[in-house]
Design a protein around this ligand. Structure first.
Ligand code: HPA
Length: 253
């Protein structure tokens, strides 16, 4: 049976409206994943059902800040539970001023600004220099792009983007965002790394669906500060779309 993993980001810490049939706790050589995995079976009209594992990367109660997430345990557990492909969601700040809050971006590149995170499984003698030229799996990206045409509603969807991954948990300064923009980043978040690289080390195709929830620091409405209240509202509304795009992509994949 085909088996997919979903790594849910901020706003997707608890996925209530899916028929979860099981919950599994998985121990790993790297410690505990952020939460037990929930299990669901997605029915498809004329094809066999698909098994889905869902893991909120910040923990069910959003207890793990981006720099405290045990990315290695999360990814290792997905692989050993049997997931063959991974989709992830993340909220981001938009650096590209064309990208309004509420719009969706399916990035094709990233730049890593994080530090001090466990970046690799190959710290025990067997060094693996993975190819990471294209950090997101193109076939999965195309599935997300195809799914959004039916499930994104009136949200604007950007088919390309450069995700700048910052350390957090604080948001960036305006000058940091100016620097990221000069580097070519179009969105900024805190969790795609090392998640994407660890998935690649394990041979798991991985793609990311981003929901822009605020203009990044210093950009547009965030010229003076980032408004947390409006950010929450955009997140709640956008997650309905994020969930249906993820499920549609899996069903068509
Ligand atoms: N910066 C970093 N991560 C984020 C942001 C941001 O502005 N918004 C949502 N996640």
């Amino acid at each position: 049976m085909a088996c997919w993993g979903i790594l849910g980001g901020s706003g997707l810490d608890d996925w209530k409206d899916l028929n979860w049939v099981d919950e599994v706790s998985i121990s790993t050589p790297y410690g505990e994943p952020s939460a037990p995995f929930r299990v669901a079976f997605l029915e498809r009209d004329d094809r066999s059902p698909i098994k889905v594992f869902y893991l909120p990367r910040h923990g069910a109660d959003h207890r793990y800040a981006p720099h405290r997430i045990n990315y290695r345990a999360n990814l290792w557990a997905m692989k050993h539970a049997g997931a063959q492909r991974l989709l992830a969601s993340a909220t981001v700040g938009s650096i590209d001023s064309d990208m309004r809050p509420g719009s969706i971006c399916i990035p094709d590149q990233l730049i890593d600004y994080t530090w001090g995170r466990e970046q690799s499984f190959s710290d025990d003698g067997a060094v693996l220099h993975i190819d990471f030229t294209h950090p997101f799996d193109e076939a999965l990206r195309q599935l997300l792009i195809g799914a959004q045409t039916t499930k994104a509603g009136d949200a604007i969807v950007h088919h390309h983007g450069v995700y700048g991954c910052t350390q957090g948990p604080r948001l960036e300064t305006a000058a940091e965002i100016t620097r990221l923009a000069a580097d070519g980043c179009t969105v900024v978040g805190m969790t795609a790394m090392p998640e994407a690289a660890l998935a690649r080390e394990l041979g798991l195709p991985y793609a990311l669906l981003c929901l822009a929830v605020n203009p990044a620091a210093g950009v547009g409405q965030s010229a003076q500060s980032i408004n947390h209240d409006s950010l929450k509202q955009v997140m709640e509304q956008g997650m309905v779309r994020v969930k249906s795009i993820l499920l549609e992509a899996i069903k068509t994949g």
